[in-house]
Every structure is written in structure tokens, then in C-alpha cells.
Write a protein that binds this ligand. Structure first.
Ligand SMILES: Nc1ncnc2c1ncn2[C@@H]1O[C@H](COP(=O)(O)OP(=O)(O)OP(=O)(O)O)[C@@H](O)[C@H]1O
Length: 589
């Protein structure tokens, strides 16, 4: 094992620390199972040999009872061993899953995004899924096969060595050497041969899953651009590589299994070779010959699982490494150590703010200063990529600003917990995520305590109620994955209804009328006009319609405020806003 494998392995062991009592019990039960198996064969061999000499039945009674007891004991202990070791594994895996989920949550969206973009550790949604499901499952191998069996093998080795040594030290030495070759030599050899293949198998499996998820998500585009064959070729090439690696793994399995059998038979044969002269010279009673040989043969049962476990160690540690990679990722945004009081007022101020997403990228926002007084509305307009949505992301503390200040209620935003900030803000974003459940549940997500009446009122205000009612299953209609069964406009109106239901004091409307036709846009804007009353609102839009509802409009160009004022002032200035308005108006006409 190299250093990093050992370090990963030790970290995995640490995870199991709270269950060490149960794990010790599993080792004890494993030993008792194999111990009973050895004793069963040894006693049976003695019984058959002794019975061949026709002694009185009473002379055999202890051996007969022993055979029965060990036979029953082996079954019972095997059952208990499986029960306890699986209990340990399932408890551990469920702890790891929860632990992992808790670690992922703070990474969203900034760190998860950077994973998805491939500039972190190259994680995409398919890869993430693979880590959470397959990699966690792969850890079973560590706890069931790598930890317990070597300990059981160690206890068996010492006990059988001492037992055989009592009859003849040389037989004891032959046993321990062959046993060590089978339990240490073969596993090490398999590990050396297979660990790189195992690691590549995990990575390749994840790559294949990523590719499949990606293809399924982009299937309509693949079909529309006639790329089916190209994509199928990519998948087929990945799966051929996977098959080749799996074949190599199968060859190693064959080698390790042949070597283990070789050492088992060699040990049995050598014991026989050494014991026969002892019997002929009278130093060993003849009835014990078969017993010694079968003790050796059956003790190798403890060696059987080790090579397979070490063969999978490469893939297991690689899986663990991939999990620890997520766990070790620092979240983009850190909450303050002490729980701060909530703001008493809801005005927002940006002071000399500059921001870039990554150090190697140019700044997206520069010297940004503006104020949104409590219960007023500021609209931010500008061309695509000007940095409008970035302002919303910073306000939501999805990203951390490092230059300048953002104040909420007069206090720096970084002084509040993200959780508290999210409670104070309702967002209608460009892409609303709908969960694969009913419309009703999708609305209720904004406010779990909302009564049905309140949900319907919000849907009415967002102009979506009549549409929902026209569906055969009304509010219980399933929306499909990511709201696939709804149009872009319908999804947007559900987002507005959610914001209405949440009724937070601050509203962030990021292109709330995207995907809507002009008529619906007007209706929604009318709703928004009412909605923003009594709320501090930031309205981000590139549609220059009905912006007289904003107290101030900021025109953003390349991350800077190029122009600002009320709609009337900006139109009078005949500057950038006026040009954009005219351009849009002409296009619309
Ligand atoms: N997560 C990110 N990492 C790196 N760069 C990003 C990230 N998100 C956005 N950007 C970049 O920041 C710039 C501003 O993006 P932003 O989404 O704020 O623009 P926008 O004005 O809202 O555009 P649109 O109107 O098209 O939504 C763009 O150049 C974009 O490529």
C-alpha cells in the first residue's frame, strides 16, 4: 500500500470508530465460525480414525458430542457473524451517506458549479451521483472484507500454529509459512497487480455514468443535430475500455484463487509428508494423523477471503478518495462563528464592490455603488453578460465578495448566516427548478406551513390558477422531471407564485418575465407591481417594459454602472438606456 492508500484507509477506519464494539463482536463471531469449522473437521477425522479400531462406543462419546456441537455451532456462528457484520456495514454506510449529503449542501451552488465546470475536481451531476451511490457502496468492501477477515485469519493462524506445534514444531512452522504466503503473499501480489486497474475501473465507471446522464439530458439536441452515432461511438469506446479492465481483473482473480488453492494443498501435502514418519516412528498416534492433516486443510478457510479483498482495495480506496475529495472541499461562503441578530430594516447597499468568480478571470463587476432603500424597487438592466445576475448571486451569498461592501440593514452581509439571509429573500430566477412531483407540492416548497387556500390565492395572483384547474388532475398534476410537462412560461409563473407564498421582505426578480409572451408578460408585470409594494425589490431584466415601477434604474455595461436614474430621466437623457429602449422597441415592432 502506498502512503496515500494507507492514509485513506486510516481515515476510513476512523469513520468506523463509533462502531468498534460491534466490529470486535463481528471478528469474534468470524473466528468462532472458522474455529468451529476446523474443530468439526478435526474431530470428525479423529472419530473416523478411532472408530476404525472398533473401540467401545463410550470411548467415542466425547468426539460424537463434539462433532454435533461444532456442526451446530458453525451454522449458528456463521448466521450471527453475517448478521452483525452487515449491521455494522449498513449502519456505517447510512452514516456516511448523511455525512456526505451534509457536506455537499454548503457547496451549492458555487463549489458544485465549479465542479460541474470541470475546474475543480471535474465533477458533473453524473459523477456526483456516482460518488454518492456507487462509491459509498464500494466502501462495504473495506468493512466486510478488509478489516474483519485479516483479524480472524491472524487469530486462526496463531491458534492452529500453537496446536500443531504441540505435536511437532516442524509441522507448526510449515503451516505458518504456507499460511502466511496465502494470507499475506497472495493478497499483496494481487494488490500490486490490481490496484491501478481497480482505481481506473472506479474512474471509468463514473465517466461512463457521467456520459450516459449527459446524453440522456441532452437527447433532444443529440437527435436534432443528428449526433446519435457519434455519441454511441463515444459510449461504445468507453465501454470497450471498461470491458478490457474487467477482463484483466478477472484474470487476476483467477491467479489469486489458483495460488491460494496451491498453498492450501501444499500445506496439506507437506503436513502429511512430515506426519507419516512421526506415526511410523511411534512419536504420533496413528488416529491423530487424519486430524492434523484436516486441521491444516480447514484452517485455510480463513485465508480464502483475503486475496479478493486486497484485489478490490485499489477500487475501494479510490472510491473513498473521491468521497473525501468532496468532504474536504471548503465551501465558498463561510458563516460567521457567532449567530448574529437579524437585520431590523431591509435596505440594501453596494459600496465600491468589485467581484471576480475565480482569481484567474477578469472582474465581472467593478466599483459598483448603489442603494436600494427599504420598500423601494431598483431595476438593473443591461446587455447579456453585463453582470446583472451576479449581483443577485452575491446578495444571496451564493458567492463571497472580497472587495467592497454589501450592506443589508446597514450591516455587512457577510456578518449574517446564509440561512437567515435566504429566509429574508424571495427569488424568481431565470431558470426555476421544479421537482418531479405535483404542482401543489412544487408550490408548497416555498412555505410548508401554507394552507391550501393560500397556495391557491398565490397561484391566482401569479395567473397560473386557471391553467392548473384546466388540467385533469388540477393541483395534483405531476410536472415531470425539471417541470418537463410545463412550458417555460408556466414554470415561470409557478416561480412567481412561490415568491408570493414565501412573502419575504426582500424580493429578487431575475428576469421574471423571461419565456412569457407579451400579453402574459403584461399581466405578470401588473401582478409584480402589486407584489413589490411593501418589499425591497431588485428587478433584474433585459426587457425594458413597465420599468416606471422602479424607483431607480441602473444600466449596467461590462460590470459597471453606465447610467442611472428614473425611467423618465433616462429617456430624457437619450443615452444608453434610450438607445436600448429604441432598439428593443424597433425589434418588437
Ligand atoms: N459561475 C461562474 N463562474 C465564472 N464565470 C461566471 C460564472 N457565472 C457567470 N460568469 C460570468 O460572469 C459574467 C456575468 O454573468 P451574469 O450571469 O451576471 O450576466 P447577466 O448580465 O446576468 O447575463 P444574462 O442577462 O445573459 O443572464 C459573464 O461573463 C459570465 O460568463
Amino acid at each position: 500500500m502506498n502512503e496515500s492508500t494507507t492514509a485513506t484507509f486510516l481515515r476510513l477506519l476512523k469513520l468506523a470508530k463509533p462502531l468498534r464494539g460491534l466490529m470486535a463482536l463481528a471478528v469474534l463471531l468470524g473466528f468462532l465460525t472458522i474455529g468451529c469449522g476446523i474443530a468439526l473437521l478435526a474431530t470428525s477425522a479423529y472419530l473416523i480414525s478411532a472408530a476404525a479400531l472398533h473401540p467401545a462406543v463410550s470411548a467415542l462419546s466425547i468426539a460424537i458430542v463434539g462433532v454435533r456441537a461444532f456442526g451446530i455451532g458453525r451454522g449458528v456462528f456463521r448466521y450471527l457473524d453475517r448478521l452483525v457484520s452487515h449491521e455494522v456495514v449498513f449502519r456505517l454506510l447510512s452514516r456516511i451517506r448523511v455525512w456526505l449529503y451534509n457536506a455537499i449542501e454548503p457547496l451549492a451552488p458555487a463549489r458544485l458549479l465549479s465542479f460541474a465546470r470541470g475546474d475543480g475536481t471535474g465533477l458533473s451531476s453524473g459523477d456526483l451521483l456516482s460518488r454518492i451511490i456507487s462509491d459509498v457502496d464500494a466502501l462495504q468492501n473495506v468493512y466486510i472484507r478488509v478489516i474483519s477477515p485479516p483479524m480472524v485469519a491472524l487469530v486462526v493462524a496463531i491458534s492452529v500454529w500453537l496446536f500443531l506445534g504441540a505435536f511437532d514444531p516442524l509441522i507448526g512452522v510449515v503451516f505458518i509459512v504456507t499460511f502466511l504466503l496465502a494470507t499475506v503473499g497472495v493478497p499483496l501480489l494481487t494488490h500490486v497487480l490490481s490496484h491501478t486497474i481497480g482505481e481506473r475501473l472506479v474512474t471509468l465507471n463514473a465517466q461512463l455514468k457521467t456520459e450516459v446522464v449527459n446524453n440522456i439530458q441532452g437527447m433532444p439536441d443529440i437527435v436534432a443535430f443528428g449526433q446519435e452515432e457519434h455519441q454511441a461511438r463515444r459510449l461504445s469506446s468507453l465501454s470497450t475500455t471498461l470491458q478490457r479492465l474487467q477482463r484483466q481483473m478477472a484474470n487476476i482473480t483467477g491467479i489469486q484463487s489458483a495460488l491460494t488453492n496451491l498453498f492450501t494443498n501444499l500445506a496439506t501435502w507437506l503436513t502429511l509428508l512430515l506426519a507419516i514418519p512421526l506415526v511410523t516412528s511411534g512419536r504420533l498416534p496413528g488416529v491423530l494423523l487424519a486430524m492434523l492433516v484436516l486441521t491444516v486443510l480447514s484452517s485455510f478457510e480463513a485465508a480464502q477471503p483475503l486475496p479478493a479483498a486486497f484485489q478490490q482495495l485499489g477500487s475501494t480506496t479510490q472510491a473513498a478518495r473521491r468521497l473525501f475529495e468532496i468532504i474536504d472541499t471548503r465551501s465558498e461562503v463561510e458563516d460567521p462563528k457567532e449567530v448574529p441578530p437579524l437585520p431590523q430594516r431591509y435596505d440594501i447597499e453596494f459600496r465600491d464592490l468589485a467581484f471576480r468568480y475565480t482569481p484567474d478571470q477578469p472582474p465581472v463587476l467593478h466599483d459598483l455603488s448603489f442603494r436600494v432603500p427599504e420598500n423601494s424597487c431598483v431595476a438593473i438592466v443591461g446587455s447579456s453578460g453585463a453582470g446583472k445576475s451576479t449581483i443577485a448571486r452575491l446578495l444571496l451569498r451564493f458567492w463571497e465578495h472580497r472587495q467592497g461592501q454589501i450592506l443589508l440593514g446597514g450591516q455587512e452581509l457577510q456578518g449574517y448566516r446564509q440561512e437567515d439571509i435566504h429566509l429574508l429573500m424571495s427569488v424568481v430566477a431565470q431558470d426555476t427548478h421544479l421537482f418531479n412531483t405535483s404542482i401543489y407540492e412544487n408550490l408548497r416548497i416555498a412555505n410548508h406551513d401554507a394552507e391550501r387556500e393560500a397556495i391557491i390565492t398565490a397561484a391566482k395572483q401569479a395567473q397560473i390558477h386557471d391553467f392548473i384547474e384546466s388540467l385533469p388532475q388540477g393541483y395534483d398534476t405531476q410536472v415531470g422531471e425539471q417541470g418537463l410537462f410545463l412550458s417555460g412560461g408556466e414554470r415561470q409563473r409557478i416561480a412567481i407564485a412561490r415568491a408570493l407564498l414565501k412573502d419575504a421582505p426582500i424580493l429578487i426578480l431575475d428576469e421574471p418575465t423571461t419565456n412569457l409572451d407579451s400579453l402574459t408578460e403584461r399581466e405578470i408585470l401588473r401582478t409584480l407591481r402589486t407584489l413589490i409594494q411593501g418589499h425591497t425589490t431588485i428587478l433584474i431584466t433585459h426587457r425594458l417594459v413597465d420599468l416606471d415601477m422602479a424607483n431607480e434604474i441602473l444600466v449596467l455595461r461590462d460590470g459597471e454602472i453606465a447610467e442611472r436614474g428614473s425611467e423618465r430621466q433616462l429617456m430624457q437623457n437619450e443615452g444608453l438606456y434610450w438607445q436600448m429602449w429604441n432598439l428593443q422597441h424597433k425589434v418588437l415592432v
